[in-house]
Design a protein around this ligand. Structure first.
Ligand SMILES: [Zn+2]
Length: 142
């Protein structure tokens, strides 16, 4: 039992950077509920690579893309022994997950609970974020 929900604790979601030393923390409880649902579906432990990013860490990345990590609405996840493609395809069926990224090289998927009208799916190729077109879906088997 975690201190946030059945399988998750604050520690799973805190910022992992050296700038805030993990003292900063924000988490959208809707995201925790969704992660519980995914854990339940696969009956396996979800590994959270990163979730909340503090402002300092986000600035250090120097990105021009908006990030839902800074308001606790995003996580990078994978599950041992579950193909990334299966995890991604299931995440696409989960209501409320409106941001979905497939990161084959890094071996995780990005999920976030952005508003429905900002729905977006992409694949990370090298350092680029490429829209998930039908061609890309065929290429990656998702
Ligand atoms: Zn930080």
């Amino acid at each position: 039992m975690g201190d946030l929900s059945e399988h998750f604790s604050h520690n799973d979601f805190k910022c992992r950077c050296d700038l805030c030393k993990g003292e900063e923390f924000r988490i959208h409880l809707g995201l925790v509920g969704i992660l519980e649902m995914i854990a339940e579906h696969f009956k396996k432990k979800i590994l959270i690579g990163s979730a909340y990013w503090c402002e300092k860490y986000y600035e250090s990345l120097n990105r021009n893309r908006r990030s839902f990590h800074t308001n606790g609405k995003a996580a990078h996840i994978r599950i041992d022994d579950v193909p990334l493609t299966e995890l991604f395809k299931f995440a696409e069926t989960v209501p409320g997950l409106n941001g979905l990224g497939f990161y084959p090289k890094e071996n995780f998927i990005h999920i976030d609970t952005r508003p429905e009208e900002k729905k977006e799916s992409w694949v990370k190729e090298g350092e680029s974020y490429v829209p998930l077109t039908p061609e890309k879906r065929r290429q990656y088997g998702i």
